[in-house]
Design a protein around this ligand. Structure first.
Ligand code: SAM
Ligand code: SF4
Length: 329
């Protein structure tokens, strides 16, 4: 079992496989994209597999592949298949924008991936274009349909932005009427990659809930899974559920069970920390597994108490517009 110094069990790894993306969501990266990492700055698949095998041997039981856009990296199915074969890994999932994903769904199902998080901030084509700067809504909806047809678990992630997609709250919630999906609204975080100082989100958990209640007065709270980041709700007669992720207000840190590996192979023990251990350098330093694990476990042990402590410990004392794609969303 991997424990941190606050007594939390760490069993969940979010592994970002690339910083590149085929969308340009305004809350995540600038219009012209990022200064993309060079190939040798990224972990190779072999390095990722070694790292994952080691961490699983110590207690990581769930791995989520993220990015950037996972399917923007070549041969993603090759990595997923190898990860799915790791003994002791009980859950392999991924988060995707859905643009390139549909053709891979049968393959993902075959190797045992049971659920996918799909990012979808609006069901309106014009608004989708304005938010993601790409006209790709149809492909994302094809992916959603294909996931449901294949009987995969689906969580829809929608970042809420004042005046941009709050009118989508109602139609997005309605997706849960006939489909067993979990529609989750995420407070916008200051990770937009443009270097600007960000204000706390206007649409925080209470405001989102208030808006949902205005349209769906029968909504009621349901129990949350242990370590869940979403506060979950049900609506009578609905097959799916609705969730709110207080990603900015950070009210779920006390039960946090996760660590991240960024696309450049840095261990981040909190989304809001800066820097972190370069696992890439460690992996390339010819260290044996035992030494490598000892360094990793010691860094994990120092996981900050919560996202506020992590942010205050940054050099600037606050987040200054890093991209979520560089952190590994
Ligand atoms: N490209 C994939 C996607 O969009 O699903 C995976 C990577 S993306 C960085 C992971 C998640 O982070 C997405 O659900 C996205 O909506 C969310 N995200 C990105 N920037 C965010 C921000 N500034 N605030 C809140 N969520 C954000
Ligand atoms: Fe790409 Fe995902 Fe960031 Fe959007 S949120 S720009 S899809 S990495």
């Amino acid at each position: 079992m991997i424990l941190d110094s606050h007594g939390r069990e760490i069993n969940y790894l979010r592994l970002a496989v690339t910083d590149r993306c085929n969308l340009r969501c305004t809350y995540c990266m600038p219009h012209d994209g990022l200064q993309w990492l060079q190939r040798d700055e990224l972990l190779t698949y072999e390095e990722m597999l070694r790292l994952c095998r080691l961490l699983v041997s110590k207690g990581i039981s769930k791995i989520r592949i993220t990015g950037g856009e996972p399917f923007a990296r070549k041969d993603m199915m090759h990595l997923l298949t190898s990860l799915s074969e790791i003994d002791g890994l009980s859950e392999l999932t991924l988060t995707t924008n859905g643009v390139l994903t549909a053709p891979f769904i049968p393959g993902m199902k075959k190797i045992g991936i049971r659920s996918v998080n799909l990012s979808l901030d609006t069901l309106d084509r014009e608004r989708f274009l304005a938010i993601t700067r790409r006209d790709e809504l149809d492909k994302v909806l094809d992916t959603l349909r294909a996931l449901l047809q294949q009987g995969m678990g689906v969580k829809i992630n929608a970042v809420l932005m004042d005046g941009r997609n709050t009118g989508d709250i109602r139609p997005l919630v309605e997706l849960a009427k006939d489909n067993a999906v979990s529609v989750r609204f995420i407070e916008e975080m200051p990770f937009n990659g443009d270097g600007a100082d960000c204000q706390p989100p206007v649409w925080d958990h209470p405001r989102i809930l208030q808006e949902i209640k205005a349209h769906f007065p029968g909504i009621y709270k349901i129990p949350d899974a242990p370590h869940a980041t979403a506060y979950n709700y049900s609506i009578p007669g609905y097959k799916g559920t609705v969730g709110i992720i207080a990603a900015y207000t950070r009210s779920f840190c006390g039960s946090c069970d996760r660590i991240r590996i960024t696309p450049q192979g840095t261990l981040k023990t909190c989304l809001y920390s800066d820097g972190g251990l370069s696992v890439r350098d460690l992996l390339r330093s010819q260290q044996n597994d035992e030494l490598l694990l000892a360094t990793l476990l010691s860094a994990i042990n120092n996981k900050p108490r919560d996202g506020w402590a992590a942010e205050h410990s940054r050099k600037e004392g606050r987040v200054l517009g890093e991209s979520m794609a560089i952190i590994g969303g």
